[in-house]
Design a protein around this ligand. Structure first.
Ligand SMILES: Nc1ncnc2c1ncn2[C@@H]1O[C@H](COP(=O)(O)OP(=O)(O)OP(=O)(O)O)[C@@H](O)[C@H]1O
Ligand SMILES: [Mg+2]
Length: 475
């Protein structure tokens, strides 16, 4: 057990000396001769018990006692009184002293009193720790979440952050999955190593494996040089596999193999590479449904679903709205230099009543938009997006509004078909403007030649040489 520490305060050197002798072996002692020095020592918060003489020149014992009560961690104080100051001793008890002993003191009585005071200190500390534990609030930088549902989330986050376990974050779009992934990484011992994020949905299926694991030079047509994959770059840190629900089953199989083995080879390579990576995956898709219809592998699901953290939609944690609005008002005006202002009470009410189907992201955009558009001293209802400002609040339980489809989407084609048709048109037009020079066409489209080439293959656009001749190609 750690040594107890006792502070002895008396202006008489002989008293200080004899107390030190008596307490030797029971506790570490420090002795000072006046009230000023006593307070300085007590401020350090290191003492379990202080023995305090009442009559001293300068700041006397009672005043020290009184001032000590406002310290963060005052020691238990035992007053030392000469018989003639017993009246003061009674006053001292009222001021918060633990006990008193009369001088000249009886050694046994002194020791019993000291032991009791030491015990009282330990108990007080224990209670303080317990109380901290019970009323604990979970706080993370840049994460707003004092509502009960978010406190539950953050409690889990604080538990699992230090561990290496794979975490699966689920929740509707805009609920903060990436925010929580970052909190997990930056509150782990891996925080000084990279957190590498990969959006599995944004990368063409045939390139995903190379993105994840890297490739050797010449592994495939476009592999002009060796490339280090995300897993290797994340070594010692965290890899964030965002939108994992959009990964195609073949890549899922490779990923599963790597997660099980903890090692992999680069595409087209043979060398086995070992890495120490913590995996955090996220998706806004329903993976149960994905498994049911065969688009998500069950074995991968069980491998990544070690600790699942579902993020509640914003409409189920409206208590967070005021703090989130405040947070975004500050953040946006700070980042963009736009004059800081507040919402009017009416605008706030309107925001509190709205359902936020796009969750925190939708709220963030609404706040930013209002700050930019408004000329007024406060941000009003008219500065809110129509969806928010025209929302008719209902009383009681919040209705779940189904977001309506954009009017222009033709109902006879899927989104992918519509996008492909548009891409086809844009690419044909850029190629024609660039007289079939792919590098120029790519720059018109704001992309790279390789991506253009990839898209052309996918959309079945034939390569035509700069002079209008068909290039020599396999088909
Ligand atoms: N609890 C929060 N506190 C502060 N900001 C938040 C919080 N949750 C989300 N945000 C902000 O809202 C935006 C959307 O969050 P994020 O990108 O993490 O959502 P997501 O769940 O990953 O969405 P998606 O599924 O669309 O990728 C971000 O700008 C983020 O900073
Ligand atoms: Mg995200």
């Amino acid at each position: 057990m750690e040594n107890k520490r006792i502070l002895i305060v008396d202006d008489e050197p002989s008293v200080r000396e004899s107390l030190r002798m008596v307490l030797k072996g029971r506790a570490d002692t420090t002795a000072v001769g006046d009230g000023q020095a006593a307070l300085r020592e007590m401020e350090s918060g290191h003492y379990d018990v202080a023995l305090l003489d009442i009559i001293m020149p300068g700041i006397d014992g009672l005043e020290v006692l009184e001032r000590a009560q406002s310290l963060d961690e005052p020691p238990q104080i035992i007053m030392l009184t000469a018989t003639k100051t017993v009246k003061s001793a009674v006053r001292a008890m009222k001021l918060g002293a633990h006990d008193y002993v009369t001088k000249p003191f009886d050694v046994d009585e002194l020791l019993i009193t000291v032991d009791r005071a030491i015990e009282a200190t330990s108990m007080r500390r224990e209670i303080a720790t317990l109380r901290d534990e019970v009323g604990k609030r979970y706080n993370f930088d840049n994460v707003i979440g004092s509502s009960a549902p978010m406190q539950n989330v953050l409690k889990v986050v604080s538990r699992v952050a230090p561990m290496k376990s794979t975490v699966l974050l689920t929740g509707e779009s805009g609920t903060g999955k990436e925010v929580i992934a970052r909190a997990l990484h930056y509150n782990s011992t891996r925080r000084d190593k990279p957190m590498v994020a990969l959006n599995c949905a944004a990368i063409p299926e045939n390139l995903l494996e190379a993105e994840l694991f890297g490739h050797e030079r010449g592994a495939f047509t476009d592999a002009h040089s060796q490339k280090i994959g995300h897993f290797e770059r994340a070594d010692g840190g965290t890899i964030f596999l965002d939108e994992i629900g959009d990964m195609n089953p073949a890549t899922q199989a490779t990923l599963l193999r790597i997660l099980e083995a903890g090692q992999f080879t680069r595409v087209g390579g043979e060398k086995v590479i070992d890495v120490d990576v913590r995996v955090i995956a996220a998706t806004n898709r329903d993976l149960d449904k994905g498994m049911a219809d065969g688009t998500f592998r069950e074995d991968l699901y069980f491998r990544i679903n070690v600790i699942a953290i579902p993020l509640p939609p914003l409409r189920e944690r409206r208590d967070d709205l005021p703090a989130l609005i405040r947070f975004f008002l500050d953040k946006k005006s700070r980042e963009s230099g736009i004059r800081a202002r507040n919402f009017s009470a009416a605008a706030l009410d309107q925001m509190l009543a709205y359902n936020w189907p796009g969750n925190v992201r939708e709220l963030e955009h609404a706040v930013e938009r209002a700050l930019i558009l408004s000329d007024g001293e406060t941000l009003g209802i008219e500065d809110l997006p129509t969806k928010v400002s025209s929302n008719v609040p209902t009383n009681g339980a919040s209705p779940l509004t189904i977001p309506s489809l954009p009017e222009q989407t033709p109902q006879d084609q899927t989104l992918n078909e519509a996008i492909e048709r548009l891409e086809h048109q844009l690419i044909m037009s850029a190629l024609s403007k660039a007289r079939q020079n792919q590098t120029k066409a790519a720059s018109i489209l704001g992309t790279t030649r390789r991506i253009l080439k990839y898209k052309m293959d996918k959309l079945g656009i034939d390569e035509i040489g700069p002079e209008g001749n068909h290039a020599i190609s396999g088909h």
